[in-house]
Design a binder for this molecule. Structure first.
Ligand code: DC
Length: 228
């Protein structure tokens, strides 16, 4: 059997990293890990328990009360994010969390806490993980690194339509502003900033369909696996 690899997918907010990671994981029979969901789950925990970022920095042991797991849905086609046993998958996607998660993900002790868990999840390889620092910090030796981007207006429109499709209320201008602000904070923070790893392949999907991006990335992955 072919040796398993690690595939790191980093890039800007809302450009479809999760969709691509799922497509590649399914094609290869690999596990998909959404690292952004882990930052979102920590954000939800802190809001619910009214814990400030200063309190976490002063006492990082607070984080030991947070257990994040990914559980397959009954249909067997999607991993839901669980926070201390509760399915929080849809709660962590709301606008309040999207607005606060970038500040939470700036905090060094929170990054260290989650990076360690992400490395554990990938230790047996056969993993596709998407995020901002996967190819640079979490798995600097990943065999395939993809850096995704798309024009901000296209990303905002896709997210807007996706929210409407789910029956949620959505405001295009608010979504665009949030995307631009998250890009700015993610790229300029001190710890684990979003940067293009030197050895990452760029995938700009502004003018691509989901099928086109999938076949491109699956082709790259198979090429790497076969060359080993
Ligand atoms: O992928 P996402 O948009 O769901 O991620 C939510 C936020 O989490 C994003 O604004 C930045 C942060 N994040 C991070 O700092 N590092 C990661 N590896 C993944 C996400």
């Amino acid at each position: 059997m072919a040796e398993k690899i690690i595939i790191a997918i980093d890039g800007h907010s809302s450009c479809g990293k999760g969709t691509l990671a799922r497509q590649v994981a399914r094609a290869l029979g690999y596990i998909f890990i959404d690292s952004g969901a882990m930052y979102r789950a920590v954000t939800l925990y802190l809001i619910r328990n009214q814990i400030s970022l200063e309190e976490v920095e002063a006492d990082p042991s607070i984080l030991q009360n947070i257990r994040i797991t990914f559980e397959m849905n009954p249909e067997g086609d999607f991993y839901n994010t669980h926070l201390n046993g509760e399915n929080v998958e849809s709660l962590i996607r709301n606008m309040e969390i999207s607005k606060r998660v970038s500040e939470v993900s700036k905090v060094r002790v929170i990054r260290e806490f989650l990076v360690h868990q992400q490395q554990e999840l990938g230790k047996n390889k056969g993993v596709v993980m998407d995020g901002r620092d996967i190819g640079t910090v979490v798995f600097p030796n990943a065999e395939l690194k993809i850096f995704m981007t798309a024009q901000p207006e296209v990303r905002a429109k896709r997210r807007y339509l996706e929210m409407l499709g789910k029956g949620l209320t959505a405001d295009y201008d608010e979504i665009l502003a949030n995307i631009l602000e998250r890009d700015r904070i993610d790229s300029t923070r001190e710890y684990g900033p979003l940067t293009h790893a030197k050895d990452a392949i760029t995938l700009d999907n502004t003018d691509m369909t989901r099928e086109q991006q999938a076949s491109l990335a699956i082709g790259w992955a198979k090429g790497v696996i076969m060359s080993r």
